[in-house]
Design a protein around this ligand. Structure first.
Ligand code: HEM
Ligand SMILES: *[C@@H]1O[C@H](CO)[C@@H](O)[C@H](O)[C@H]1NC(C)=O
Ligand SMILES: *[C@@H]1O[C@H](CO)[C@@H](O)[C@H](O)[C@H]1NC(C)=O
Ligand SMILES: *[C@@H]1O[C@H](CO)[C@@H](O)[C@H](O)[C@H]1NC(C)=O
Ligand SMILES: *[C@@H]1O[C@H](CO)[C@@H](O)[C@H](O)[C@H]1NC(C)=O
Ligand SMILES: *[C@@H]1O[C@H](CO)[C@@H](O)[C@H](O)[C@H]1NC(C)=O
Ligand SMILES: *[C@@H]1O[C@H](CO)[C@@H](O)[C@H](O)[C@H]1NC(C)=O
Ligand SMILES: *[C@@H]1O[C@H](CO)[C@@H](O)[C@H](O)[C@H]1NC(C)=O
Ligand SMILES: *[C@@H]1O[C@H](CO)[C@@H](O)[C@H](O)[C@H]1NC(C)=O
Ligand SMILES: *[C@@H]1O[C@H](CO)[C@@H](O)[C@H](O)[C@H]1NC(C)=O
Ligand SMILES: *[C@@H]1O[C@H](CO)[C@@H](O)[C@H](O)[C@H]1NC(C)=O
Ligand SMILES: CC(=O)N[C@H]1CO[C@H](CO)[C@@H](O)[C@@H]1O
Length: 331
């Protein structure tokens, strides 16, 4: 029975299914080595050029990859505009509306890639490559970006509202949102280190400054001189869109100062400070490690970016390669 032809045939079919079935395909660092060998340098050059007129853009592109991957996987769903079948875009979801940026730079990168290697590189891979280039050009770590993602055909606005953590979420809530996409607290702490560059609008942390959780007082975990600075920058009734450096000590550099800030009670967002100030939390020792050892942070960050980039990619014949990152093909 074990040597019957039908049993052997079944084994061959199972083997073929495991080998070629698209849903089992893995991302690979060499995915474009024959179809677009220069893709990484095209992306890197475009990001470098964009940084010359906008020193914040690297941070914005890094955040786009996060907001893409947490919603229906890393499928460039965050890039889709309203139009065709897309009625509720992720761009208009609460975490992104008037906040996510870098879409025009992604378009520029896409058009340079199309002129070298038309129709082969996905928008989801462009965002992953742009995040790595941004961190690396900001003096942070480098890593080999795994590639081969394909672009989704849908956007999920309610999913974006539910899955992307809010800055006022408790640490337990944020930990649960990371766990929901297969990321643990080491990933959470390392990836939160992205807040070593970029800006945040007053409206995302003003709840901490005057009447925190209805207590009538500011967030007690906020250093008093930093509090005074922030109260001045973001007065009650002031402009909630005013921008503040997430890491005032080195606003555009990717380093481990974010973690020293946390240890000094100078985290900007509630979600940042919670990593260090939640009594008894296992995140505290990870913050201490990264604040005292930038090499450890860089190593963990690179690994966690790869973990995040692996969230439910579309591969093989799933999805498509968009020709315009803002639209599903044919719409
Ligand atoms: C842990 C939960 C997180 C929360 C609650 C959170 C929340 C926020 C908020 C509210 C802002 C300010 C946006 C604005 O003012 O328009 C921001 C900025 C930013 N976030 Fe996060 N974030 C989190 C994790 C992450 C992760 C995992 C990454 C990347 C891997 C990331 C990368 C960034 C970057 C680079 C910026 C600056 C963007 C810019 O200047 O355009 N964040 N984040
Ligand atoms: C790759 O692109 C860079 C800059 O865009 C260029 O300097 C280099 O010559 C290109 N290499 C190839 C093999 O096309
Ligand atoms: C997004 O922000 C604009 C203001 O720029 C506002 O008019 C619109 O209602 C917001 N969209 C959603 C879905 O909240
Ligand atoms: C939208 O995103 C949410 C949260 O990640 C998820 O639970 C839901 O299945 C997604 N919906 C679709 C239609 O993909
Ligand atoms: C998180 O996952 C990584 C693997 O990516 C593992 O090395 C690490 O020990 C895990 N951390 C925790 C706190 O479980
Ligand atoms: C703080 O907020 C609470 C509830 O939102 C409110 O009842 C209280 O009056 C506020 N206190 C001050 C000093 O504004
Ligand atoms: C609020 O601040 C933003 C960002 O600095 C600026 O673009 C906007 O014009 C300001 N709005 C008002 C009403 O001052
Ligand atoms: C955490 O512990 C410190 C010192 O024991 C205490 O002052 C603080 O109130 C506690 N914080 C919370 C949120 O329980
Ligand atoms: C810093 O972290 C790196 C990487 O994890 C490790 O090899 C090194 O021993 C650490 N340095 C110190 C002083 O702990
Ligand atoms: C610090 O972090 C690095 C990188 O994740 C890890 O290898 C090392 O074991 C950690 N060290 C301590 C003391 O937690
Ligand atoms: C739009 O949705 C309809 C119905 O679900 C589908 O038949 C059509 O192929 C979709 N169009 C595009 C461009 O995705
Ligand atoms: C661990 C956890 O997920 N806690 C809470 C997150 O927030 C919702 C409300 O938005 C609570 O119902 C959860 O229990």
């Amino acid at each position: 029975m074990f040597s019957s032809p039908s049993y052997s045939l079944a084994l061959v079919i199972i083997f073929l299914a495991l080998t070629v079935c698209p849903s089992n395909a893995q991302l690979s660092a060499t995915f474009y080595s024959s179809t677009c060998p220069n893709v990484s340098s095209i992306v890197r050059n475009a990001v470098q050029q964009a940084l010359q007129s906008d020193p914040r853009i690297g941070a914005s592109l890094t955040r786009l990859h996060f907001h893409d991957c947490f919603v229906n996987g890393c499928d460039a769903s965050v890039l889709l505009d309203v139009g065709g079948n897309i009625t509720l875009s992720e761009k208009n979801a609460v975490p992104n509306n008037n906040s996510a940026r870098g879409f025009d730079v992604v378009d520029n990168i896409k058009s340079s890639i199309e002129s070298s290697c038309p129709g082969v590189v996905s928008c989801a891979d462009i965002v992953a490559l742009a995040a790595e280039a941004s961190v690396s050009l900001g003096a942070g770590p480098t890593w080999n970006v795994l590639l081969g993602r394909r672009d989704g055909l849908t956007a999920n606005q309610s999913g974006a509202n539910a899955a992307i953590p809010a800055p006022t979420d408790s640490l337990a809530n944020i930990t649960a949102k990371f766990a929901a996409v297969g990321l643990n607290i080491t990933d959470l702490v390392a990836l939160s280190g992205s807040h070593t560059f970029g800006r945040a609008q007053c409206r995302f942390f003003s709840n901490r400054l005057f009447n925190f959780s209805g207590t009538g007082s500011p967030d007690p975990t906020l250093d008093s001189s930093y509090l005074a600075t922030l109260q001045q920058a973001c007065p009650q009734g002031g402009n909630g869109s005013s921008l503040n450096n997430l890491d005032p000590s080195s606003p555009d550099t990717f380093d481990n100062n974010y973690f020293s800030n946390l240890v000094n009670n100078r985290g900007l967002l509630q979600s940042d400070q919670e990593l260090f100030s939640t009594n008894g939390s296992a995140t505290i020792s990870i913050v201490n490690n990264f604040s005292s050892n930038q090499t450890a942070f860089f190593q963990a960050f690179a690994r966690s970016m790869i973990n995040m980039g692996n969230i439910s990619p579309l591969t093989g014949s799933q999805g498509e390669i968009r020709s315009n990152c803002r639209k599903v093909n044919g719409s």
